[in-house]
Design a binder for this molecule. Sequence first.
Ligand SMILES: Cc1cc2nc3c(=O)[nH]c(=O)nc-3n(C[C@H](O)[C@H](O)[C@H](O)COP(=O)(O)O)c2cc1C
Length: 412
Amino acid sequence: MYMQVQKKLFTLMQIGPITLKHRIVMPPMSRLRAQWPSGIPSDLMLEYYSQRASDGGLILTEATAISPSGRGYRGAPCLYRDEQVTGWKRITDAVHATGGYMFVQLWHAGRTTHVTVTGEQPVTASVDPTYWADPNIFVVTPDGFLQPSPHRALETAEIADIVGDYRATAINAKKAGFDGVEVMAANGHLIDQFLQDNSNKRTDRYGGSIENRTRLLIEVVEALIPGCGADRVGVRIAPSGTYNGMGDSNPRALFRYVAERLNVFGLAYLHVIEPRIKGADLVAEGQGPVAAQELSKIFQGPIIAAGGFEPDTAATVANGHASMIAFGRHFIANPDLPKRIELGLPLNHYDRSTCYAFDARGYTDYPAYEIHEAIKPALTEQRQAGPGGTAARRATPFYRFLASQSGANENG
Ligand SMILES: Cc1cc2nc3c(=O)[nH]c(=O)nc-3n(C[C@H](O)[C@H](O)[C@H](O)COP(=O)(O)O)c2cc1C
């Protein structure tokens, strides 16, 4: 099975006008190393993303704020000012120089923030004091990890301004050299707060029915299209997601509707986080990729499946429920993840304790796999044998070397 999965992961993939050379996606992961308070991407971020770029691979940036009120955490980057655009351009240039592609995840955190990060009271769909009183929910502020600030509900008339911020940021994304944008509609941030009915109790045209709760997402997608083109817009959702205090009375109906409704646009992709993952924790041991299985029957474009995948269990790609697989924590720990998966190399382990060390530790210091000079000719031979996991490639001296050194080829 591993050979079949691996072979499929290294076939060409078309998203809009972009031809990817493999289907291993780096998903959005907030790492909080942007300059504070400017939100300008740092030199460290340039190094981090450059390390993870691969020829024909797709990187999705960490959540990137569309406006001051949309900021969620200290150290998360932004894309609404010219200096932020310039900062990102250095990074997209570096990724493109490797032959890679990069979409920016556009983000409004809604209530998942603190007044010391936004400079104003956080906004959301409906007021819920139990949210900011929940001792299990934290946001990163200039004063460390704190519970979110009390929020207020958006007035109906204010929502058009937020949609306008998305529209303006799509234009900035193009200026910054991004190949496309991803709408963050998952993990309990603003658009998810409108989608799910435990956080949306509104009685205007943005609340009540599923259609009304989906309205903000649809308006945002429509606002991004003029700046980017529909086939350069992706949407990320977390069906049945409970992270950040989320919940819905009928998640199946809601997210089936969302997938169906998005069909009209001809989007680049739908990015689906499996409910077995809550944030970055496995909460349903043994559960398969149920969201991708269900929504691939409804959504007519490419699907990226995320959440709890391993290189040897990414069968979802091989059996057609998804077109691409996102590997989150494995990408944190393995800057050269596509190469490691392609060659069946062992993976570095993810160290959760250094995830938010705020400097190079746990960020740019995970090593790439070192290939000894002596076996480089064999690797060249391996590469020339073409993509995929053919028996011929496995007969190369490179594979035989690996098998003898590390047992890395055992599953191959
Ligand atoms: C440190 C960290 C930060 C994350 N930040 C984001 C984010 O900014 N936006 C987002 O949509 N998901 C975010 N996620 C979720 C990941 O994109 C992914 O869905 C999750 O890690 C599950 O995939 P995995 O099991 O392959 O790690 C984050 C995850 C981690 C570990």
